[in-house]
Design a binder for this molecule. Structure first.
Ligand code: GUN
Length: 290
């Protein structure tokens, strides 16, 4: 029997905390501000950016949505980031990933003022995470996963945690968070080149799937009683849906869920947490100003 970890409920609680924090900042004369930059027309990115801006509105956070054409040059994007760095009404800057191929994402991230890097992608914030220096920003999706584990009462100390995926957005920061002092998991990071991935996953008490391959994790990859966090949000064709697609995770939910102690669904698991943690980071950035 598995417990479904309700990301919508947990994110609603986080957003409620945010609402109080925004009110208290406003009493001090500070309105948190977030700039979200989207280059190009990627349909999924458009949905995410729309949700981020909408959530800002719901919390009383000032937001600026900057939509740029697919052929935007690196120079133009750098100029916009530079302007946002100098804009006192903006405390957080996020450039939606992935950008079109002519954009050097790493160079853009390095240009963002680390104090406004609410994504936690700037090398200074990556270093702070590795150093367990709490003055940096933690990437939103792994921070959301950690909050879900905490809310679900998952024992991490001494647990075997396996993270599938080594991206800078999820896999690597997730591994650092799981091995941090006080969390104390024993962490294995697996990826597309790992030998016998199913066998590695079967060792996991906590399995985090962040690969972007629909339903890759099967029932026989999962130990009985494991906790499974599914970070994947994959669009797969589905003619029975009006949109022509449905969302599915990296985990074959129907067959895996019965084996788990707890599991996150897709949608309604990790997804809503990413936005909630972005709001948290933006509020923290505004609170640190001056
Ligand atoms: N694309 C997918 N997830 C993220 C995220 O957390 N931040 C940004 N900037 N882009 C993303």
């Amino acid at each position: 029997m598995s417990k479904v970890i309700d990301g919508k409920a947990v994110s609603a609680a986080v957003l409620e905390e945010c609402r109080t924090e925004v009110e208290s900042l406003k009493e001090q004369g500070i309105t948190p501000g977030l700039a979200v930059v989207l280059v190009g027309e990627d349909p999924a990115s458009k949905v995410y950016v729309g949700s981020k801006v909408r959530t800002c509105g719901e919390l009383g956070i000032y937001s600026q949505k900057i939509e740029l054409p697919t052929d935007t040059t690196q120079t133009e994007l750098l100029r916009i980031v530079d302007e946002l760095n100098r804009d006192p009404s903006i405390h957080g800057i996020l450039v939606q990933s992935p950008p079109p191929p002519q954009i050097d994402e790493e160079a853009i991230v390095r240009t963002i003022d680390p104090r406004k890097d609410v994504d936690g992608f700037h090398p200074e914030n990556v270093a702070k995470l590795a150093l367990e220096d709490a003055s940096g920003f933690v990437p939103c999706t792994p921070a959301g996963c950690m909050r879900l584990l905490r809310e679900a009462g998952v024992e991490t100390q001494g647990a075997n945690a396996v993270v599938i995926g080594r991206s800078m957005i999820v896999g690597k920061p997730m591994a650092l968070l799981l091995m941090a002092k006080g969390v104390d998991a024993t962490v294995t990071v697996a990826h597309s080149r790992s030998r016998d991935l199913p066998a590695i996953c079967r060792e996991a008490d906590i399995l985090v799937a962040a690969v972007g391959r629909p339903e890759m994790v099967r029932a026989d990859w999962v130990k009985e009683g494991a906790v499974v966090i599914d970070v994947g949000i994959n669009r797969v064709e589905d003619a029975s849906r009006k949109s022509g697609y449905r969302l599915t995770g990296d985990v074959a939910y129907e067959e895996v869920a019965p084996k788990c102690a707890a599991i996150t669904p897709v949608p309604g698991g990790v997804g809503p947490m990413t936005i909630a943690m972005l709001m948290k980071n933006t509020i923290a950035a505004a609170g640190r100003e001056g």
